[in-house]
Write a protein that binds this ligand. Structure first.
Ligand code: FES
Length: 157
């Protein structure tokens, strides 16, 4: 676990890799999440200082996108679309089933808004890889494969 000062330095290092223009805000936030695990008030404040963009503006952008993490999560991470089209194709039931199955802490199930894959609803991402016309068993099989791969030293689950 990093100290607050180490986290601040890590955020500064991430920001330094990008042009200091507000159009790079989303890539900066994405890298903060990927490299430090999640967003929080301190990390947003440090991005705000570094990019000279108001905290409220950054918070507004970050909170708009449901794929940003705001707390530590178990990996693999499963994002299930529960927006209108996917709900019409049982995305809400898929989310409920996966949320229940994730109760043992072996993966994380997150409800998200439209993933832009309405044609393949219910749409779902497992570690950001799409599962089209997702079913509970298909998603759990993908999760198990990633978990086994990770346990065997085959990369991130
Ligand atoms: S509504 Fe689910 S992907 Fe668009």
């Amino acid at each position: 676990m990093l100290s607050a000062e180490e986290e601040r330095e890590a955020v500064s290092a991430i920001v330094a890799r990008f042009p200091r223009e507000r159009t790079w805000l989303l890539p900066v936030l994405w890298h903060v999440v990927e490299e430090l695990g999640w967003l929080n008030k301190d990390r947003i404040a440090w991005v705000s200082e570094s990019l000279n963009i108001p905290y409220a503006e950054i918070y507004g952008v970050a909170s708009f996108y449901s794929l940003f993490r705001w707390e530590p999560t178990a990996s693999p991470e499963v994002h299930i679309c529960t927006d209108v089209i996917c709900t019409l194709h049982s995305g809400d039931k898929l989310y409920e089933d996966l949320k229940w199955a994730s109760g043992d802490g072996t993966f994380t199930a997150v409800s998200v808004t439209c993933l832009g894959r309405c044609d393949a609803s219910p749409a779902c991402l497992v570690n950001y890889s799409p599962v089209e016309k997702a079913t509970t068993s298909a998603v759990l099989n993908r999760v198990r494969a990633l978990t086994t791969q990770s346990a065997n030293g085959g990369g991130d689950a």
